[in-house]
Design a protein around this ligand. Sequence first.
Ligand code: SF4
Length: 305
Amino acid sequence: MTQLPVIQPPTRPRLPEWLRVQLPAGRAQAVFNTTDGAVHGNALHTVCEEARCPNVHECWSQGTATFMVAGQSCTRGCRFCSVETLKTPPPPDADEPRRLAEAVAGLALEHVVITVVNRDDLPDGGARHYRACVDAIHEQLPATSIELLSSDLEGNAEALATLLDGAPLDVFAHNVECVPRLDSTVRDPRASFALSLHILRQAKALRPDVATKSSLMVGLGETDDEVLDALRQMRAAGVELLTIGQYLAPGRPGTRFVPVERYVEPATFEAWQREALAMGFRGVAAGPLVRSSYKAAELLAAART
Ligand code: SF4
């Protein structure tokens, strides 16, 4: 009888050592548990968990987390992101802003990052709910600086004004995610580099006093020249704070996620950081494990000095 070949399921390539993470222990584990309690005790969601961020042990064991508001499901289906996609998610929870403010107060955060899911199903793209979350935190903790990692609101100028007019925000962030050539393979068809730059420009025009920030992932098939060109375009759009990090596919090869094309060496990130600062970005974090909310307080502080 002929022996049938054994077909192995696709496996992920071995991670380079600079992408390996340490698990918390001792006091760090206790702080991790407190963060976990503040998040789950208030029935909140975090992008740290939903996006399977590799820094969750480090950030939570230092008492910081990035909250994700307006639901657990996103109306878009980007191919780098593990957040669940639904065409019509449940309406935003009107009590979420209060619970969010409680959690931020419980963690005594001096700087908080809130990210959002896209809500293309709502007429204002979720802008009023996002704003209610920002306002609730500020009301309870007026000294806490607030960074909002926003959706593109489909470029809706009225919705952006609802979100930004008089908002107690320190940073308005919106991620370009990848170089423009890769938009159609990486992002949902409704998203694009051009639309992302448009919303960042509009935000700066509406609120010149609020810092704008964006984030680029690498390892998706871009060239080094395309990275530098993307940075130049972001700077020309007035973006002031920048993060660059390694893309890590949230699922195995063969799933809906785009595969990792390369692991960029730490020295290359350092070179991009220097180039970006020379282009005029006020704060830059670049490194294999950098994510848009990674060490966000430090980045803002560096930009203010
Ligand atoms: S880098 Fe951001 S998303 Fe990742 S664990 Fe830290 S706070 Fe959460």
